[in-house]
Design a protein around this ligand. Structure first.
Ligand code: UT7
Length: 324
């Protein structure tokens, strides 16, 4: 008998303040037209001082618990994927745990930048599969606005803040792809690409928080290739073809990358969940935010096969298959 991590709830949280491309064009040398054409982004949400990563993460986590109808103190594991923690330590996950009013189980952060949610999902799935946890909250929460160089038009227009969460619970299935829950996850990294996407600060190197630095074209060049490899592996090991995928819920960095992935899988546009236009790139939060939107508006239905993929700093990348 195989234990499978079923997704029973999801939740989303966005900051109060909406910032349009036109708003940004008043601060930096950019235009609505450039941002739309190159990225598909039209607006993003930017966190105010009181909207910490943990605050957004807690709101998303609570919404996921509410949807599942379970109390916070029943959760065995809280994994928060973030590259913008409230503090260097303790983890943002422990702050969320306290905020939710829970004192049991284990809570910790995972840092894999934009692939963070897929990494956290993989960890939680494995905890549940081996029986070390029965239930888990997987959260992606970010306030990238805090690490942006607002003088650098090449990066500051691309990112937004937000959080999304998924509640998972172990259930015994038959171990076939017909079962609901997390089917598989595949994770990869290659640290040689550090310089293409990194933050030029940190407690051990510069004692400052630092700013995000990105060679956009270099990242773009690798993104489709790497994510395609991860997706092909996910399909192959499960004996699936693109025709078995109901929804592509990709990391939301750039509409052109998302469309290229959709085309490669031969998926019609309406089967690809896109939120980059409204949220911009929210790093580890982008997949759960997109997933939650498509669940909330009724697009994703029980039994649907969802393919997730992401790539981020490191480089890190990966894919996950989940039957809702
Ligand atoms: O989530 C982690 C993964 N991250 C990604 O997947 C991001 C991947 N990369 C990208 O999405 C794209 O490379 C960007 C959106 C970052 C940039 O698009 P691009 O088509 O690669 O543009 P570029 O960097 O080659 O810049 C083209 C031009 C340059 O001007 P010149 O040299 O041609 O005169 C830039 O200076 O656009 C200029 N530019 C801007 N113009 C107006 C760069 N940023 C801006 C801006 N507004 N904000």
């Amino acid at each position: 008998m195989v234990t499978r991590a079923m997704a029973l709830g999801c939740g989303a949280a966005l900051p109060r303040r909406l910032v349009t491309n036109a708003d940004l064009a008043e601060r930096v040398d950019t235009s609505d037209d450039w941002i739309r054409k190159r990225t598909g982004i039209t607006q993003r949400y930017i966190a105010d001082a009181d909207e910490l990563t943990s605050v957004l993460g807690q709101r998303a986590a609570q919404a996921a618990l509410d949807m599942a109808g379970v109390p916070a103190d029943s959760v065995d594991l809280i994994v928060c994927a973030t590259s913008t923690p409230d503090e260097t330590f303790p983890s943002t996950a422990t702050r969320i745990q306290a905020g939710l009013g829970s004192t049991r189980g284990a809570a910790f952060d995972v840092q894999a930048v934009c692939s963070g949610f897929v990494y956290a999902l993989s960890l939680a799935d494995n905890f549940i599969r081996v029986g070390q946890a029965r239930s888990a909250l997987v959260i992606g929460a970010e306030t990238f606005s805090r690490i942006l160089d607002w003088e650098d038009r090449g990066t500051c227009v691309l990112f937004g803040d937000g959080a999304g969460a998924l509640y998972l619970e172990g259930r015994e299935g038959e171990g076939t792809t017909e079962d609901r829950g997390v089917i598989s996850t595949h994770l990869y990294s290659d640290g040689r690409f550090h310089d293409a996407l990194y933050v030029d600060g940190g407690p051990s190197s510069t004692k400052t928080v630092g700013h995000l630095r990105m060679e956009g074209r270099e990242v773009f060049r690798h993104a489709v290739v790497r994510m395609s490899e991860a997706v092909d592996t996910a399909l192959e090991v499960n004996g699936l073809t693109p025709a078995d995928i109901d929804w592509l819920v990709p990391h939301q960095a750039n509409r052109r990358i998302i469309e290229a992935m959709g085309k490669r899988l031969n998926l019609p546009d309406e089967r690809v969940v896109v939120t980059v236009d409204k949220h911009a790139n929210t790093s580890a939060a982008s997949i759960p935010l997109a997933l939650c939107e498509a669940v909330d508006d009724g697009r994703i239905q029980p039994g649907d096969m969802i393919l997730m993929e992401a790539m981020g700093g490191g480089f890190t990348w990966g894919s996950a298959l989940l039957r809702w």
